[in-house]
Design a protein around this ligand. Structure first.
Ligand SMILES: O=C(CO)[C@H](O)[C@H](O)COP(=O)(O)O
Length: 255
């Protein structure tokens, strides 16, 4: 079975979906190692296309896919991929994941879909983390320039008020306990049984590592959605069908 050329695919009706698919397909085509044994599958709407493309790879039965959420476990099953978990396989060759914003140094904010803990766990066990996203996620420079909902933080439920106070003492302008919306009365509960707090620190133009370490050090915090120095490259699908690949600080190429 050979892989269908990206350029010969039927365009999608929605240009945003088209941009996500272009980024995801190109990232998969260019990055899955020929001898891959373990591939991490991130979460979110862009990763749907990555799982789809991975499911089309001629060598897909050669590697095991590791999920980062309930959603991505289903994507692995839906695309007829081999399944394993991070507590079975600790050495992941490569992980593909989405992001809410990526800065010019490849740091990112994740957790818009509340899956940040398992995403960071799998990323931390991966030789390479490749981000796939549409053009809205590419920051002009600093994190939180585009993503204005705050830094997602996973918190043990009983500690949420204590963590909220701590974050405000650290300078957060606002801290929200993420709500389930019309489909769920009360807060979002993560795949790990925790809450998500969204803390707005404004544009992150200071030392992102220091901020991340401070938040992570709080009793009650499980993990943050700040991914610092973890990403190898990022693919952004553009409105015109092209894809911009960010390789390092302000080093990029558009194909
Ligand atoms: O971090 C995430 C989930 O926790 C997602 O990867 C992030 O929110 C991007 O999602 P999408 O591809 O739908 O824009």
């Amino acid at each position: 079975m050979t892989l269908v050329d990206i350029n010969s695919l039927e365009p999608l009706a929605d240009p945003l979906e088209q941009a996500k698919r272009a980024a995801a397909y190109m990232a998969v085509d260019q990055n899955v190692p020929k001898d891959a044994k373990f591939v991490g599958i991130g979460s979110g709407s862009t990763v749907v296309y990555a799982a789809e493309r991975i499911g089309q790879l001629p060598n897909k039965d050669q590697f095991i896919c590791i999920p980062t959420s309930f959603q991505s476990k289903q994507l692995i099953f839906d695309n007829d991929l081999k399944f394993g978990t991070i507590d079975q396989y600790l050495n992941v060759d490569i992980t593909f994941d989405g992001a809410d914003e990526v800065d010019s140094r490849l740091n990112c904010i994740k957790g818009g879909g509340a899956c940040l803990f398992q995403e960071k766990l799998v990323a931390s066990c991966s030789k390479k983390l490749v981000i796939i996203a549409d053009y809205r996620k590419k920051s002009p420079r600093y994190l939180a320039e585009n993503w204005r909902k705050g830094i997602p933080i996973e918190v043990v439920p009983i500690a949420w008020i204590k963590v909220k106070n701590d974050l405000i003492n650290f300078g957060a302008r606002s801290v929200q306990l993420r709500q389930g919306g019309t489909q769920k009365a009360g807060p979002v509960v993560t795949d790990n049984g925790n809450f998500i707090m969204d803390a707005d620190f404004g544009v992150i133009d200071g030392d992102i590592k220091v901020l991340n370490d401070k938040i992570r050090g709080l009793v009650g915090v499980v993990e943050t959605g700040l991914f610092v120095d973890m990403v190898e490259k990022a693919y952004f699908g553009n409105k015109d069908g092209s894809v911009t690949i960010l390789f390092g600080e302000n080093v990029e190429e558009t194909i």
